[in-house]
Design a protein around this ligand. Structure first.
Ligand SMILES: [Zn+2]
Length: 475
């Protein structure tokens, strides 16, 4: 660890040297995109999948400026979204779970707050709830990311102009001793414009009042649905990004942070296909900013990073050797989250057997139990045995040997669902080592004015330090 810090100190000094010579000029329109759990394996997996299936790669991978950022927290090598969000937002390392405070508990100022102080409009967007760690790192100050109600209340002290995307984990302040009421009610009382339907969203026009724009349909209770599960009634992260530009464009410029928060969730669950669709949805949102930048070429900066890697994803598996078959993931047409209740019905039915699961596995994941042996989606005997074992364990019937550990094998997830995802993913030539985050550095990409400053090996705190110099008053 000590060595790592010394290494990082070296980077920091190099960066400081760079700035001492030449402080970057302010940029009118600044976008910061954060993919939660988005590191190189997630980007490369999606790139290859998309090249094969759609004949084109990701915009974020094609940008001229590409660098790396280390992600470690103040108190441990593997960070979380709170510590990493704080580093990216405020430019200081902190402890895992902490938001907007340094490791000594001192209050920090985020790049969004600096932008606001300099007369810019500010928008905070996320596909997950707005009190979640990453968006919260831009406006909240709390030693526990779990205090979501108190965190949400800080939205009203932020002075920011737009919060958009998911809802709130604890909008009613349940189990909070001195709760001040429902967050949406408070927003209305304070004069905020609140949109909760697609029609209200489409009707939003630029206004001097602060705006709270929430997804018309929730998944997981409080976030926008997974891209793989979306229908025409939904608003995508790209829709929210386009609306943010429409609402916030003004002579003094803006700072907009957009988080793709659910890449992380599906990497925790080791669901590669859903992850791929989340990364594509995130890339689509970046494309909106990129198209805007074409119209404002000398006035726009877009920075894209991740807060950490999740899942220990790797593009290679012992069973597939040197080959990759990422196109096999296109047969999965549902997220783990939406499949769960479908599977649960069979799991809970005492009369049901493994045979009742088979049609679901084929319908939603494309894996076949019968047919031509040359069909690459046909399950091998070994894979069928794995699925049967997972099903038994899922129903509490399977035995574990002394050396086996449920949490190592399945994390907190259902044994059958994890086995099913692992079987499909391994067939595609990919594998996972964890249900948690890892310490892998992330890729940081940039496009537009001052983009070249981000094209090196740096620390996640450098992103905020650099951006703070660019959200100053326009000359
Ligand atoms: Zn995260």
């Amino acid at each position: 660890m000590k060595k790592l810090f010394l290494m990082l100190l070296g980077f920091a000094l190099a960066v400081q040297g760079l700035f001492a010579a030449d402080t970057p000029s302010p940029v009118k329109y600044v976008f910061l995109f954060i993919g939660d759990g988005l590191s190189l394996p997630q980007r490369m997996m999606t790139e290859d999948y998309r090249q094969i299936v759609e004949g084109k790669g990701l915009l974020i991978n094609s940008l001229e400026t590409q660098g790396f950022s280390t992600t470690f927290a103040a108190n441990q090598l593997i960070t979380d979204s709170a510590a990493s969000g704080t580093a990216i937002a405020c430019g200081s390392k902190t402890n895992v779970g902490w938001l907007g405070l340094d490791a000594q508990g001192n209050r920090l100022e985020s790049v969004a707050a600096v932008a606001k102080k300099n007369g810019r409009k500010v928008g905070i967007l996320s596909s997950v709830s707005l009190d979640h760690a990453t968006p919260a790192a831009f406006y909240a100050h709390n030693a526990s990311r779990g205090n979501t109600y108190d965190i949400a209340l800080e939205i009203f002290d932020s002075g920011f102009d737009l919060f958009a995307g998911g809802g709130f984990l604890n909008a009613d302040g349940k189990n909070v001793a001195d709760a001040k009421g429902n967050i949406f009610d408070i927003a209305k009382e304070k004069g905020w414009v609140v949109s909760r339907t697609k029609e209200e969203f489409n009707n939003l026009k630029p206004t001097d009042k602060p705006v709270l724009a929430i997804t018309p349909r929730f998944s997981d209770g409080f976030s926008i649905p997974y891209s793989i599960d979306m229908n025409d009634d939904d608003l995508t992260l790209a829709d929210f990004t386009a609306k943010a530009i429409e609402l916030l464009d003004n002579d003094n410029g803006f700072f907009i942070m957009v988080e793709g928060g659910k890449i992380d969730w599906m990497c925790h669950a080791n669901d590669a296909a859903t992850t791929i669709h989340e990364v594509i949805g995130f890339d689509d949102a970046v494309k909106v900013a990129y198209d805007f930048a074409q119209k404002h070429p000398d006035e726009t900066l877009i920075v894209i990073t991740g807060d950490h890697e999740t899942g220990g994803l790797t593009l290679g598996f012992s069973g597939t050797g040197y080959q990759s078959y990422l196109d096999r993931l296109q047969h999965q047409n549902i997220s783990l989250i939406n499949f769960q209740p479908i599977y649960q019905k069979v799991k809970d039915n005492k009369e049901a057997s493994f045979d009742d699961v088979k049609p679901l596995v084929t319908q939603y994941f494309g894996l076949k139990f019968d047919g031509d042996d040359n069909d690459n989606m046909k399950l091998t005997e070994y894979e069928v045995e794995k699925l049967k074992e997972g099903f038994k364990r899922s129903r509490g019937e399977g035995d574990y040997s002394a050396a086996e550990n449920k949490s190592i094998l399945y994390g907190g997830y259902d044994p059958f669902l994890i086995t099913l995802l692992h079987v499909l993913n391994n067939k595609a030539g990919i594998a996972w080592t964890s249900f948690a985050h890892t310490a892998m550095p992330v890729a940081t990409s940039a496009y537009g004015k001052n983009a070249e400053i981000f094209g090196n090996m740096s620390d996640n705190t450098d992103i905020s330090k650099r951006l703070k110099m660019m959200v100053t008053k326009l000359k």
